[in-house]
Design a binder for this molecule. Structure first.
Ligand code: HEC
Ligand code: HEC
Ligand code: HEC
Length: 412
């Protein structure tokens, strides 16, 4: 089948499916499935996992580190040899719903099909139409390096039996609010927010009774998504949807680590969809905990070491009078979630890894300090920032703790 024929099938499927009143389908369905598919693919972060550093978009090859070894994403451009160019819509549906490749081999759940399975037929067809409209790129991914027995794909059938609930779309208890229903459909399905924000069991599956309770991913804390009202400044729906679309919330600082590419992808999603996701997340909040423990001042000499280091390494960008804050309007460190969290993990991580430049906004970037500062210096800085910019319980971070965090993420 050629690409035109494939696209036509996709369009017909969308037309057929949009008659059904599913939460995934807005009544005024966009007439252009490719554009609609582009916006949906942005919600699904397809480009994030399927693009290697410096590689062609969607051509795969990005290493994904799991507790069971390293896995490489594959080419999903319409190349007929290494990509999905020869795939029918039905084969694509099987991959998204059942985690099955076109030749029948089972795919690893690092590909979040346990979430994509909840998508409607029409939405899967739109994403398919979009993927098929990309430029084909020939690219063979490196061989996976997984430990036994997980390097044996047929075993995934057992995993799927336990953890894949593929009777789609997810039976949802509808509310009276279509925006909330839409938000839940996107957050739980295509958006797969729980994949990072939920702790995993020993088999690498999400713990169903701990959904959105927060988890560690690639050495970063993906915080609980149910305690956003417990932040120093409680999150609002507007702040959340701005954060998801731009990577910055005026009262909470910037997205970093694995959340940064998520927000860059969501920048291309439809605004209404991101607002719906924010509305749904705000609807699952638990009441904020009691006031944080009173602060205890830490040793004055340590504070001095941190202050000196801050002046030398950080103040040019982060002092209150620095251009980034005054002209750029970026939030002050006192608002950053990483300075106000229970754990110093993300603050340490952002110092180690920095923040990559954002294309057109090249001025908004932060250098990695992993090679410039010692573990002890990073610990001093973190303790200093906590004492200086947050009124929560001080940290007593030691060089050893930083050494531990350093080892958690493989150097890119
Ligand atoms: C969290 C990372 C991640 C995200 C997000 C992701 N994928 Fe993947 N995907 C993978 C990995 C890893 C594989 C390879 C799995 C394997 O080899 O077992 C894969 C495989 C696939 C395959 C099977 C390809 C083949 O040749 O068998 C398809 C199709 C696919 N992804 C489409 C998508 C689409 C469409 C999206 C967005 C809606 C998406 N993926 C988002 C990680 C991801
Ligand atoms: C690839 C993993 C990953 C995915 C997918 C992901 N997140 Fe995150 N998220 C993180 C990490 C790690 C952080 C912490 C980094 C930071 O604060 O800069 C974070 C931070 C956040 C924060 C800030 C919380 C706070 O207290 O400051 C919000 C809100 C959030 N994520 C919402 C979402 C939503 C909604 C989705 C789904 C659309 C999502 N995330 C998908 C990894 C992820
Ligand atoms: C060259 C400028 C520059 C330097 C130097 C710099 N940063 Fe940053 N930093 C940034 C930018 C840009 C951001 C993102 C802010 C935004 O987008 O609003 C950022 C963000 C942060 C955040 C917030 C991240 C989050 O998850 O909320 C922290 C914390 C931080 N920097 C700490 C430091 C520390 C500590 C130092 C010194 C060791 C430092 N920075 C040095 C530019 C810099």
């Amino acid at each position: 089948m050629n690409v035109k024929a494939i696209l036509r099938t996709a369009v017909l499927t969308i037309a057929a499916a949009s008659g059904a009143a599913l939460p995934g389908v807005s009544p005024a369905a966009d007439p252009d499935p490719v554009q609609r598919g582009a916006q949906l693919a942005a919600v699904g972060d397809c480009i994030v996992c399927h693009t290697a550093a410096g590689g062609a978009p969607f051509a795969g090859g990005l290493p994904i580190h799991t507790p069971f070894g390293t896995l490489y994403s594959t080419d999903i451009t319409p190349d007929t040899k290494t990509g999905i160019g020869a795939w029918t819509l039905d084969a694509f549906v099987q991959a998204m719903r059942r985690g099955k490749s076109s030749d029948g081999h089972l795919l690893y759940p690092a590909f979040p099909y346990v979430h994509f399975t909840h998508m409607t037929d029409a939405d899967i067809a739109s994403v398919y139409a979009f993927m098929m409209s990309r430029t084909p790129v020939q690219a063979t991914a490196a061989a996976n390096k997984l430990i036994f027995p997980l390097n044996f794909r047929p075993l995934l059938a057992v995993w799927n039996l336990l953890y894949l609930h593929a009777d789609t779309p997810e039976p949802m208890s509808r509310t009276q609010d279509p925006q909330l229903d839409r938000g839940r459909y996107l957050v739980d399905g295509l958006g797969h927010c729980a994949a990072c924000h939920t702790p995993l069991n020993v088999f690498g599956a999400e713990k169903k009774d701990r959904t959105f309770d927060g988890a560690v991913i690639d050495g970063w804390d993906a915080p609980s998504l149910k305690t956003l009202l417990g932040a120093s400044t409680p999150w609002t729906r507007e702040q959340l949807s701005t954060y998801l679309r731009t990577g910055v919330a005026s009262e909470h600082g910037a997205a970093a680590g694995p959340m940064l590419p998520v927000t860059r992808s969501l920048a291309n999603a439809s605004q209404a969809d991101v607002e719906a996701m924010a509305a749904y997340i705000m609807s699952i909040q638990t009441p904020p905990p009691a006031a944080p423990a009173a602060r205890v001042a830490s040793g004055a000499s340590l504070q001095q070491a941190g202050a000196t280091m801050f002046e030398a390494s950080c103040a040019a960008c982060h002092a209150a009078h620095a251009p980034m804050n005054v002209v750029g309007g970026r939030p002050l460190l006192s608002l950053s979630t990483s300075v106000n969290s229970d754990s110093p993990r993300n603050l340490v991580r952002v110092m180690l890894d920095g923040l990559p430049a954002q294309g057109s906004k090249a001025s908004v970037s932060m250098p990695p300090f992993a090679g410039m500062l010692t573990d002890a210096q990073i610990a001093d800085l973190a303790n200093y920032l906590r004492a200086q910019y947050s009124n929560r319980t001080p940290w007593q971070l030691q060089a050893d703790d930083v050494a531990k965090y350093r080892k958690e993420t493989p150097t890119p």
